[in-house]
Design a protein around this ligand. Structure first.
Ligand code: DGJ
Length: 705
């Protein structure tokens, strides 16, 4: 009799064979029919032992082992100075607790214990997995790799992955998964703009609304490796774990290493199902707001408004102007601390610059509060400028490799937080500022990668990330009411692990609405809108030089945690009216945007994209249609809108439109006269879109009648 376990939610089933060897996932997909007999299931599903290869079954277990004749990438690699390099585990104990299961496995010869943990969340349908290896021997064990492995069904033939660079994050690309492997490695010491730790694998041509898809996200803020493989025997699997440098992890007797958590989910409704599961999981299990009932306040961030030119009188003017347009949280960005007049100096010297602020910060904070706003401040705690008092006092606190010259990136080095005194110093500075002033929000930046980081004669990527988590945790412990934004030159460091400690991420330093459409779409595969920082930038975008009207910028920034990043004092009246209008619209929509289900729609033409949010009770929806590029055709096409209550009728009307109607003599009739349509019609036939100018967007309101 096989020992089979069935974990399931309303929509998903997972069947695991847990016998004497490492557990094997036999099935993961749509919920099995009620009352399925697992032994019958096994007989119907388990693979044969083919001719001309290993005489016994070779299993792609939750940690594949070479010792059992499997020639794929092993789940564990390591040795004791060469010995014990190919372990073979036996399962000693299985602990099942609801939808959570732990497998305790041992290789007594190699003196290694391996714990494998799986947990299937009943509400989000997200599976969390991690492995933990313990050295039970009496010599050190050098760990090279320990990764999460999940077997995929043979329908998994196409990959969608993410790439990018600074100001161009969350771009998507597709590849076939057939007869070979796919590797995505990140060695930058942060999740990176270039290789976001997430991937989708599914049926060929899976779309936003259709197809069987598996979504994966590794919750780790530094180096990672994803490896998807179509094996020569037709099976497929995905591995995702931390990418370790040579010698980086060496377990002394009794010591353990735990992999980052891999979050995975299945959908048979295309990518929207994946995103909705991840969003639900982030909302319920990951992000913790200090005051959960509080609305997400509209930000004003000073960065692109004044950069390093801090003049308190002028900043107070900005505060007043911000209040006039409806801002609720005012954040002073980079430039407030001693000698920070450009990006060449002063990181580490976290003392207020008294030359710029002779009366301290208090008058500004008072002004912010008098105008009904909260105050926030920027820090980059893990950094040290070569030109800083801190570096002059402690050059040895730089994270580097002794004997080699450390490169600068944005003129700065990384502080070695693994040195207790350096950790305590920066903690003390943060604590001091947060205690001395009523600061309710920190923008925690990180503007460079780690290069050649060494601590105690070992590679120290892992150690840095752990120290960074410890630092954020301690700041939060001391100041639990302070919200934190994770930023890294834009979206260079965001993942579910740091989001357990922070409440927002800065998606990109690019505030160009057109670019933001793509960036925010990419981010939306994993993250819900309420934590995705999205700002209305200046009319002439600082990073691209493009110009867009306030409507296109406003509509785009609505789909995120909205803010404004410009100098409202210098903005013309017309622009200011635009900001005020979108801020007020945002306030009326935020409840829906931040609690509803997010859908990306499949549009007929590739120059456009569309998304929408449907309230959980399906009474309200708001839909955005963006014309990204010149329309290829003279005629537009209908946009199918799924997700509404199929038994109800809805009123459809235009809320905002950033396009002039120069390409049409006549609009689709619903645009001039609100129309009543059934949900079935909206989904099956769709809503006819107008022909729009490139770089414009339309906002549609849909309400149940
Ligand atoms: C990079 C961030 O992404 C920007 O928003 C800004 O905070 C600058 N750093 C400040 O140096």
């Amino acid at each position: 009799m096989n020992k089979l376990l069935h974990l399931h939610t309303e929509t998903t089933s997972l069947v695991i064979k847990a016998d004497k060897t490492l557990p094997e996932m036999l099935y993961w997909g749509k919920r099995l029919p009620e009352g399925t007999d697992l032994d019958t299931f096994f007989a119907a599903n388990h693979h044969p032992v083919p001719q001309a290869r290993i005489d016994t079954d070779t299993v792609v277990s939750l940690c594949p082992e070479h010792a059992r004749g499997l020639f794929t990438a092993p789940g564990l690699e390591g040795c004791r100075n060469g010995d014990n390099w190919s372990p073979e585990f036996t399962l000693e104990e299985t602990v099942l607790n609801g939808q959570q299961v732990s497998f305790l496995c041992r290789d007594r010869l190699a003196a290694l214990k391996l714990d494998i943990h799986l947990s299937l969340n009943l509400k989000s349908h997200v599976l969390s997995t991690h492995l933990e290896l313990t050295n039970e021997g009496n010599s050190n064990y050098q760990l090279h790799k320990l990764t999460n492995t999940l077997l995929l069904p043979t329908i998994a033939r196409e990959i969608m992955y993410f790439h990018g660079r600074w100001t161009h994050e969350f771009q998507t690309e597709r590849k076939k998964l057939d007869r070979s492997g796919f590797i995505l490695e990140n060695r930058r010491g942060r999740t990176s703009h270039e290789h976001f730790p997430g991937i989708m694998i599914g049926q060929a041509n899976f779309s936003e609304t259709a197809g069987k898809v598996y979504g994966f996200h590794l919750a780790w803020s530094a180096n990672h490796r994803f490896h998807a493989e179509a094996m020569s025997d037709g099976r497929r699997y995905l591995q995702a774990g931390e990418l370790l440098m040579p010698g980086e992890v060496e377990l002394i007797p009794g010591e353990s290493y735990r992999t980052p958590t891999l979050y995975s989910t299945y959908s048979n409704k295309g990518l929207n199902g994946i995103s909705q599961n991840f969003h639900r999981h982030v909302r319920n299990e990951i992000v913790r707001f200090p005051e959960p009932q509080k609305v997400r306040p509209v930000h004003l961030n000073t960065w692109e408004g004044i950069y390093f030119n801090h003049d308190p009188e002028y900043i107070m003017k900005m505060v007043r102007s911000s209040a006039e347009i409806g801002v609720e949280r005012f954040i002073i960005d980079d430039g407030w601390f001693r000698s920070r007049n450009d990006d060449k100096a002063a990181l580490g010297d976290w003392y207020l610059d008294e030359k710029k602020y002779p009366n301290g910060l208090q008058p500004i904070i008072n002004c912010v509060k008098e105008h009904g706003m909260e105050f926030g401040l920027w820090f980059e705690p893990e950094m040290i400028s070569p030109d800083s008092d801190l570096y002059r006092a402690h050059p040895e606190w730089m994270l580097h490799t002794e004997g080699y010259e450390q490169v600068t990136i944005r003129n700065q080095y990384v502080l070695n937080l693994q040195i207790p005194e350096a950790f305590d110093y920066v903690l003390d500075r943060l604590d001091n500022m947060l205690t001395g002033y009523d600061i309710r929000y920190i923008k925690w930046d990180m503007n460079r990668e780690l290069v050649q980081p060494t601590n105690n004669c070992r590679a120290a990527f892992h150690g840095h990330v752990e120290a960074y988590y410890r630092l954020v945790d301690e700041v939060r412990r001391r100041h639990p009411m302070v919200e934190i934004e994770t930023c890294s030159g834009g979206g260079g460091r965001v993942d579910f692990e740091i989001l357990k400690r922070t409440q927002r991420f800065w998606a990109s330093d690019c505030n160009d609405a057109l670019e933001r459409q793509t960036i925010q779409r990419g981010a939306s595969y994993f993250f819900p809108l309420e934590i995705t920082g999205a700002h209305i930038g200046a009319k002439l975008c600082h990073t691209t030089g493009r110009q867009h009207n306030a409507d296109f910028r406003g509509i785009t920034a609505l789909f995120g945690h909205m803010g404004v990043e410009l100098d409202p004092v210098r903005a013309c009246e017309e622009e200011k009216r635009g900001f005020a209008r979108y801020i007020s619209l945002y306030k009326s929509l935020r409840q829906l945007l931040y609690t509803g289900d997010f859908f990306r729609y499949d549009t007929a033409h590739r120059e456009s994209q569309a998304w929408g949010v449907v309230s959980l009770d399906q009474r309200e929806a708001v839909v955005m249609f963006a014309q990204m590029d010149m329309p290829e055709y003279a005629m537009s096409a209908p946009l199918p809108i799924p997700g509404l209550n199929q038994t109800k009728d809805y009123k459809v009307r235009v809320l905002e439109n950033s396009s002039s109607n120069i390409y049409m003599k006549q609009c689709p009739p619903w645009m001039t006269e609100p129309a009543i349509m059934s949900a079935a019609l909206l989904e099956q036939v769709g809503l006819m879109m107008p022909v729009m100018q490139p770089e414009s967007a339309l906002l549609i309101q849909i309400s149940q009648v």
